[in-house]
Design a protein around this ligand. Sequence first.
Ligand code: RP5
Length: 168
Amino acid sequence: MQPLVSIIMGSTSDLPVLRKAADFLEQMQIPFEMNALSAHRTPLQVEDFARNAASRGIKVIIAAAGMAAALPGVIAALTPLPVIGLPIDSSLQGQDALLSIVQMPPGIPVATVGINAGLNAAVLAVRILALSDPAISARYNDYIASLSAKIVKANDDLAAIKDYKYKV
Ligand code: RP5
C-alpha cells in the first residue's frame, strides 16, 4: 500500500503520543508510515526524507518532537507538502517544543496542534486528504457525526441526574 501520511517523530520516546495519531489514521483507513528521525541527531537523514517525500506519493507529514523541536520546521523548509507540527511534552511541560514549532518565519508555515495532541494531528491530516478523496471525506463525516452523537447522549445523561433540588 502506498502511504499517504508520513508520521515522523524525534525519538521513540514520543511514540505514546503518536499512537493516538496512528490509531485514528487506522480507523479512517488511511495508509501511513511511521519513522523516527531527528533534526539534531540525524540531520542528513531528515534532509533526505523531506526532499523525497512528495515524489514518493506522501500527501501530508505529521512531525512530532519535544524540547528544542526543530524537526517540523526543518522538514517544512525542505518540502512543499503540508507539515503538521506536534509538540511533545518532554521538558518544560512542552512549552519549549510548542514555541519552537509554531513560531516559524514568514513563508515556511508549520500547522501546529496542541501539546501531545496526537489525535488532532491525525484529524487535521485526514481533513486535508478529504479535500480530494470522496471516500475519505465520507468516513470523516461519519466520524464527525459520531462526535455529535456523543454530546447528544451527554445531554440525555445530564438530564437524567435528579440529585439537585433546584436543577430544572
Ligand atoms: C526530542 O528530544 C525528541 O522528540 C524527544 O521528545 C526528546 C527526547 O528524546 P530522547 O532523549 O527520549 O531520545 O528530540
